[in-house]
Design a protein around this ligand. Structure first.
Ligand code: FMN
Length: 380
């Protein structure tokens, strides 16, 4: 057993433990993966400013996101099919997040349902909404999130059509799923994964199962979801959602200044500057390259969150330096989940939080509120 010291270690363990089709699904980006790569490359390009002889003996990574106290400016991003990376994955990830004092976001396309997660945890979580053509179903999802006391609705707006991930098609992880024989044989070589998934609460799309008339089983539910992404989605729909959900509303998938301004006008509490982890528009700029522009445009009016490519606490510090109020991580915790279930997610959060704390010290920062653009070295 390797000693885990970084997210990359968790990634390598997850790669061994999780069946190929589901590991590839988590790791991949769309098409040529240009944007996926740009997310990492552009973060790594930012140099942090080393400062010395500052008393950093008392440091604090805690702050607030959406008015909620958090132990670090970090939240777990919505990730579809988390429960296929490890049985009960959504419940385990939410528990680990809450124990670490950071928010968890449940995807619409989760394996465990809103109600499953709510029954298994003691604090509110955030719920991510995809707007389906069936607005009656969307309304019922929002009502279920409210009944489960979700503390924020995260409306994802960058997936009205699906960017293609080549590897998913090659693995048969398409709509409807038709896994190849080689993938089924591969699963058989992962007995711990099989045991965890078989002992899990569900093996289907939890938020849909039993809620969509005439649709049962993963295959028909996946087909239904595939048909339901709504290409007509517009700001008018956001207006409607705002009227149905009076609580905190986060609009996720904003990468353009004009869209950020429209999100403010639509009554968003926050936006997530995001390109869906490089899984949608390939060729889009990295999230980090757009962050400062969006912060300048709307950062005084609403909270600006960031995601895309964060694998270390240094990355987190870079995004905070460029103005993010908080950051979401996707793959970093999914690798932890695949590597070690709830303990693996806890480890992923702990690694990033500790790296942030040390990097704050070495840049002469004691509190999150002290972080600003001066933390990043300016080339000129
Ligand atoms: C496997 C996977 C599934 C995802 N599913 C969703 C989803 O259901 N809803 C959503 O809004 N974003 C989804 N995302 C995007 C993440 O919420 C987030 O924007 C992205 O993972 C951030 O990039 P990172 O993985 O480099 O941290 C998914 C990402 C991954 C990797």
């Amino acid at each position: 057993m390797v000693t885990v010291t970084c997210i990359e270690d968790l990634r390598k363990i997850a790669c061994r433990k999780v069946p190929r089709a589901f590991f590839d699904y988590a790791e991949a980006g769309s098409y040529s993966e240009e944007t996926l790569r740009a997310n990492r490359v552009d973060l790594e390009r930012l140099r942090l400013r080393q400062r010395v002889l500052v008393d950093v003996s008392s440091r604090d990574t805690s702050t607030t996101m959406l008015g909620e106290k958090v132990s670090a400016p970090l939240a777990l991003a919505p990730v579809a099919l988390t429960g296929l990376e490890h049985g009960n994955g959504e419940i385990l990830a939410c528990r680990a997040a809450h124990a670490a004092g950071v928010p968890y976001t449940l995807s619409t396309v989760s394996i465990c349902s809103i109600e499953d997660v709510a029954a298994a945890v003691s604090k509110p979580f955030w719920f991510q909404l995809y707007v389906m053509k069936d607005r009656g179903f969307v309304r019922s999802l929002i009502e279920r999130a409210a009944a489960a006391k979700c503390s924020a609705l995260v409306l994802t707006v960058d997936l009205q059509v699906l960017g293609q991930r080549h590897v998913d098609i090659k693995n048969g992880l398409s709509v409807p799923p038709s896994l190849k024989l080689k993938n089924l044989l591969d699963m058989a070589t992962k007995p711990r994964w099989v045991a965890s998934v078989l002992s899990g609460k569900r093996w289907t799309l939890g938020n849909l199962d039993g809620h969509v008339k005439g649709m049962e089983g993963v295959k028909s539910l996946a087909q239904w979801v595939g048909r339901q992404f709504d290409e007509t989605l517009s700001w008018k729909d956001v207006e409607w959602i705002r009227s149905v959900w009076p609580g905190k509303l986060v609009i996720k998938g904003i990468l353009d200044v004009q869209d950020a301004k429209l999100a403010v006008k639509a009554g968003a509490t926050a936006i997530v500057v995001s390109n869906h982890g490089g899984r949608q528009l390939d060729g889009a700029p990295s999230s980090i390259s757009m962050l400062p522009k969006l912060v300048d445009a709307v950062g005084c009016e609403i909270e600006v969150f960031f995601d895309g490519g964060i694998r270390t606490g240094q990355d987190l510090l870079r995004a905070l330096a460029l103005g993010a109020r908080g950051c979401l991580v996707g793959r970093a915790y999914i690798f932890g989940l695949g590597a070690g279930g709830e303990a693996g997610v806890a480890k992923a959060i702990d690694i990033i939080r500790k790296e942030l704390e040390v990097s704050m010290a070495l840049t002469g920062i004691r509190r999150i509120g002290e972080i600003d653009r001066h933390v990043v070295v300016n080339d000129d």
